[in-house]
Write a protein that binds this ligand. Structure first.
Ligand code: MTE
Length: 309
């Protein structure tokens, strides 16, 4: 995504992941402990999540191995190479944590993790996840609909957009000053996109709390959009009447639009978006419109998706 030097012009080539993936396994410390959020979490450790219900939202495709999902990441606050976040995100302290939700709402609220987890039952949802760099994975997320959180704070009639912000603490993220993007990382959705039942706030994957490198303790997952919309380690959600700024659009507006819907017919200026490489598979597969989630098409009826990329 970030291209600063000619030597970096290799993202789109998508070198076979075997060359990149560090086979380091993450052993879940204290994996049998219930009520994980209430306890101080050792940095980098994950814990089993209880009372997770299976959801009908699941794609019938091979789930990407946990090891791959957790060692091939984009989390620029912890380095710009794919293997960096798995090495360096252990300095993030995901507990205690608060998410401040406010702006154009009737009931602004600051949630700690215990209270945010009580908003709706936790579901396991198996989603496709398509990065703008033309690789993809299938992830068994655990989370709850973003809509449930938004309804809890009651957006008022003026609210049209939802803005999200990641923590930026240079002490916990000492590599942040080398990220090459403006921090804190920010993202946004139109309110109707945010209310779509597919939009998920994830707190775990593979049955456990999120590893730091995947955005602990709470991150967004918008499966019909390129992965960079799925902002990690959220501390602030603000309802607004104006389209909020987004990190990659600030970095390069020509390359990264506000909408960023997965669209095989609209190429990135520097590479094709027609196909993708599923991590762990040899042959490329065709990329599907809206990443194979056609139920969101109604959100964009009448819009030129070439202009609104
Ligand atoms: N969120 C923050 N705060 N910082 C980031 O660098 N990278 C984005 C997104 N969210 C990013 C972020 C990109 S480019 C992608 S593809 C996904 O996170 C990757 O999520 P994953 O590492 O869980 O696969």
């Amino acid at each position: 995504m970030l291209i600063r030097k000619p030597a970096d012009l290799r993202y789109s080539d998508v070198t076979p992941k075997q060359l990149y993936i560090n086979r380091r396994r993450f052993l879940a410390a204290g994996s049998a402990i219930a009520g994980a959020w209430a306890l101080p979490t050792p940095a980098g450790a994950t814990m089993k999540l209880n009372n997770v219900v299976k959801s009908a939202y699941k794609v019938d495709e091979k789930i990407t191995p946990r090891e791959d999902i957790t060692t091939y990441n984009n989390y620029y606050e912890f380095g710009t190479q794919k293997e960096d976040p798995a090495h360096y995100a252990n300095t993030l302290r995901p507990s205690p944590w608060q998410v401040q939700v406010g702006g154009l709402v009737n009931k602004p609220k600051t949630y700690d993790l215990d209270s945010v987890m009580k908003i709706a039952p936790l579901e396991e949802r198996i989603y496709r996840h398509r990065c703008v760099e033309a690789w993809s994975i299938v992830v068994p997320w655990i989370g709850f609909p973003l809509a449930a959180l938004l309804k809890d704070v009651e957006p008022n009639a003026k609210a049209k957009y939802v803005a999200f912000q990641t923590l930026y603490d240079p002490k916990q993220m000492p590599l942040g000053n080398r990220a090459g993007i403006e921090l804190p990382y920010v993202e946004g959705l139109r309110l109707d996109e945010a209310m779509h039942p597919l939009a998920l706030l994830a707190v775990g994957l593979y049955g456990e709390t999120l590893p730091n490198q995947n955005g602990a303790p709470i991150r967004l997952v918008v499966p019909w959009k390129y992965g960079f919309k799925s902002i990690k380690s959220i501390i602030k959600i603000t309802l607004t009447d104006k389209q909020p700024p987004t990190t990659w659009n600030i970095s390069s507006a020509r390359e990264y639009g506000f909408y960023s819907n997965v669209n095989p017919a609209v190429d990135h200026p520097r590479w094709s978006q027609a196909s993708e490489r599923r991590l762990g598979e040899l042959f490329k597969k065709k990329t599907l419109m809206f990443n194979g989630y056609p139920e969101v098409a109604g959100l964009y009826s009448g819009m030129d998706l070439r202009k609104n990329y």
